[in-house]
Design a protein around this ligand. Structure first.
Ligand SMILES: [Zn+2]
Ligand SMILES: [Zn+2]
Length: 379
C-alpha cells in the first residue's frame, strides 16, 4: 500500500483549559486496521466538559466522538472482513470495545471493563473521551483530519448519498435510540422528554418512530421547545412557567401521566422531576450526564417505593447506530436544520465560545477539517 498521508492536524486538549492545533504522523494502517478521513465532527457538551477537567484526566487528548468520514486507507484483511473500500462513507462508533470482557460479550459494550492502566485507561475505551494521544498511533479523536480504527472498532457503512451534514448526527441519534430501547417504548405509549438539546429532540423523533402515541418535550428555553415540535413533539412545556410540573404534564397528556419519561437535561433537578412525572409503574430513563459528584435526591417512599417506576440509566450509544443510520437515511425529520454552525479546526475556541454562550440560535455546531474559517449559519 502506498503511503498517502504524511500527517494529520488535530485539535489537542493538552491539559485543563489548554487547547491547540498540532500535527501527528499518520501511519499506513495495519492489515486489520482502517484509516478514516474525517468529513465532519459534531461539538458536544461532553467535549467542553472534558476541556474543563470535569471528566477525568485523559490529557493530552484529541477530542471528538461524533464523527463521520470516509475510508482513506484500509488493510487487506480489514477490507475483506468489513467489506469496505477506500472512499466508502462510514460512521465509527465512539465506543471501542475490547470484545472479550464479560460485558462486551453480553452486548453491553458501553460497559466494557477492559483496564489498561499503563496507557491510563480504565473501564473501556471511547474515541475522543478517554484514550490519550500518547497511545500509539495517537489518532483517537474526531477533531482531526484522520482517525485510526483497529480491528475492534465498530464501523458502519453509510449510504454514499447521505449528506455529511445529516450523517454527522449519527452518534447523537444513536444515543437517542439507546434511550428509547432502554425505556422499552411501545406503540401508543405517551413519552415525555426532559431537555430539548440536540439529543433531546432526536429522542422525541426516535420515540415517534418507535410508535409513541403522544410525545411531550419539557424544557426551559421557548425557542428550543418550538424547534422540538419539528422533531415529533405534540406538546411542549416550559417548566419554568409551570409551578406544578406534574399537573402541566398531565394536562398535556390527556389527563394521565406519561408511560415513559426520558431525561437528557443532565441536571439533578430534571432527574428528580423525571421520576415524579412518570405514571405509577412507568419507566424513567436517565440519559443525561450531570458531571462528577452530583447527588440526586428522591423520596424513597413517595417517589420510588409506592410508585414502582423502573429507573433505567442509559449510557452512550451501544446498539443505536444501525437504527440511527436507517432513520437518517429515511430523512423524515428536518435533521439538516439542526446543524446551525460550521467551523474549521483552527476556530475550535470560537466554536466552543458560541456553544457555551448559546448565542446566535446555535443548536448543533460542527467542525469541518477542510474549512479554514468560521462560516455563517446557513439559512
Ligand atoms: Zn456527544
Ligand atoms: Zn470489553
Amino acid at each position: 500500500m502506498t503511503q498517502l498521508f504524511a500527517e494529520s492536524r488535530q485539535v489537542v486538549f493538552r491539559a485543563v483549559g489548554s487547547v491547540g492545533v498540532e500535527t501527528q504522523p499518520v501511519p499506513t494502517p495495519g492489515d486489520d486496521d482502517t484509516l478514516v478521513r474525517i468529513a465532519l465532527v459534531g461539538i458536544c457538551a461532553t467535549d467542553i466538559h472534558l476541556l474543563a477537567g470535569h471528566i477525568g484526566d485523559p490529557f493530552p487528548l484529541v477530542p471528538g466522538h461524533e464523527f463521520v468520514g470516509e475510508v482513506a486507507a484500509i488493510g487487506a484483511s480489514a477490507a475483506e472482513t468489513r467489506g469496505l473500500r477506500v472512499g466508502d462513507h462510514v460512521a465509527v462508533e465512539m465506543l471501542l470495545p475490547c470484545r472479550s470482557c464479560a460485558r462486551c460479550r453480553e452486548g453491553r459494550y458501553n460497559l466494557c471493563e477492559r483496564d489498561d492502566p499503563q496507557n491510563g485507561l480504565h473501564r473501556g475505551r471511547q474515541y475522543g473521551v478517554n484514550i490519550p494521544r500518547t497511545v500509539e498511533p495517537g489518532l483517537w479523536g474526531g477533531y482531526a483530519d484522520y482517525l485510526y480504527a483497529p480491528s475492534e472498532a465498530i464501523i458502519h457503512p453509510l449510504p454514499a448519498d447521505l449528506p455529511w451534514e445529516r450523517a454527522v448526527l449519527t452518534e447523537p441519534l444513536a444515543v437517542a435510540h439507546r434511550a428509547i430501547a432502554r425505556g422499552r417504548v411501545a406503540p401508543g405509549e405517551i413519552v415525555a422528554v426532559i431537555g430539548p438539546g440536540p439529543v433531546g429532540m432526536l429522542i422525541a423523533a426516535a420515540a415517534r418512530t418507535a410508535g409513541a402515541g403522544r410525545v411531550i418535550v419539557i424544557g426551559t428555553r421557548p425557542s428550543r421547545l418550538e424547534f422540538a415540535r419539528r422533531f415529533g413533539a405534540d406538546a411542549v412545556i416550559d417548566s419554568r412557567a409551570e409551578p406544578d410540573l406534574a399537573a402541566a404534564v398531565r394536562a398535556a397528556s390527556g389527563g394521565v401521566l406519561p408511560d415513559v419519561v426520558i431525561e437528557i437535561a443532565g441536571v439533578a433537578e430534571a432527574q428528580r422531576d423525571a421520576v415524579r412525572i412518570v405514571r405509577r409503574g412507568g419507566r424513567v430513563v436517565l440519559a443525561g450526564a450531570c458531571g462528577a459528584q452530583v447527588p440526586v435526591t428522591f423520596f424513597a417512599d413517595e417517589d420510588l417505593l409506592t410508585r414502582e417506576p423502573d429507573v433505567l440509566p442509559s449510557f452512550l450509544s451501544a446498539g443505536g447506530y444501525e437504527p440511527a443510520i436507517a432513520m437518517l437515511s429515511r430523512g423524515e425529520y428536518p435533521f439538516d436544520d439542526m446543524i446551525t454552525h460550521r467551523f474549521g479546526l483552527d476556530a475550535v475556541r470560537d466554536a466552543f465560545a458560541l456553544v457555551e454562550s448559546r448565542a446566535d440560535g446555535v443548536i448543533k455546531a460542527v467542525l469541518d477539517p477542510e474549512s479554514t474559517t468560521a462560516k455563517e449559519p446557513h439559512a
